[in-house]
Unconditional design. Structure first.
Length: 197
């Protein structure tokens, strides 16, 4: 079961990123979540991956900077659409001096809206720099088959975060997330870090 929100539903991270979940729609390929985004110069999410979701963003105004893991950064202007397949680690940011306005979608929605809502909320509460340690540990551990934040070193994500999540559960800190939907437990696309070297 996924969390249900009234749409439009806007979140902000306290660091210059505002994201509006416009609503869920269905087409011949299934359900998708339409989004709109306003991002201040220099702001944007760090390198991350959605193991299950495809993401597409079209620039309405401003300049987007974007990068997939292992590739050189690129920029694009109004009318350009950039997309990221499931399992492809990526980041994007406002590479210009004016506000960056984007429209796009995420397919399938699943727990995307809940995860980002709680990450943005925690980041805002912690001064816009990063989410709180327990919040990140809970969310990244619970939804590890759906999302990952590659800016966090791998040993921290694989060892420290699960320990913090378990400790928090023992101390009942997980009561902060009474509405947390069940994770989607299905095979995911491997990231570069998951592959043998």
């Amino acid at each position: 079961m996924t969390a249900v929100y009234d749409h439009p539903h806007t979140i902000e991270d306290g660091a210059g990123s505002n994201l509006t979940f416009v609503g869920r729609v269905r087409d011949e390929r299934g359900e998708l979540l339409e989004i709109e985004s306003l991002t201040a110069p220099g702001a944007g999410p760090p390198m991350h991956v959605h193991h299950r979701q495809e993401e597409a963003l079209t620039v309405r105004s401003g300049t987007i900077g974007y990068q997939t893991e292992g590739e050189a950064p690129e920029t694009a202007g109004p009318g350009t659409t950039v997309s990221f397949a499931p399992g492809v680690a990526h980041r994007f940011w406002n590479a210009g001096t004016d506000e960056l306005s984007l429209v796009g979608y995420v397919r399938p929605p699943e727990n995307f809206e809940y995860f980002l809502t709680r990450i943005y909320e925690s980041t805002r509460q912690h001064g816009g720099k990063r989410p709180g340690l327990y919040d990140a540990a809970f969310l990244l551990s619970r939804y590890r088959d759906e999302f990952d934040m590659l800016e966090i070193p791998l040993p921290v994500r694989r060892l420290v975060m699960p320990l913090v999540a378990r400790l928090g559960s023992a101390l009942r800190w997980d009561r902060r997330f009474p509405d947390a939907p069940h994770p989607i437990a299905t095979p995911r696309h491997p990231t570069r870090e998951d592959r043998p070297t």
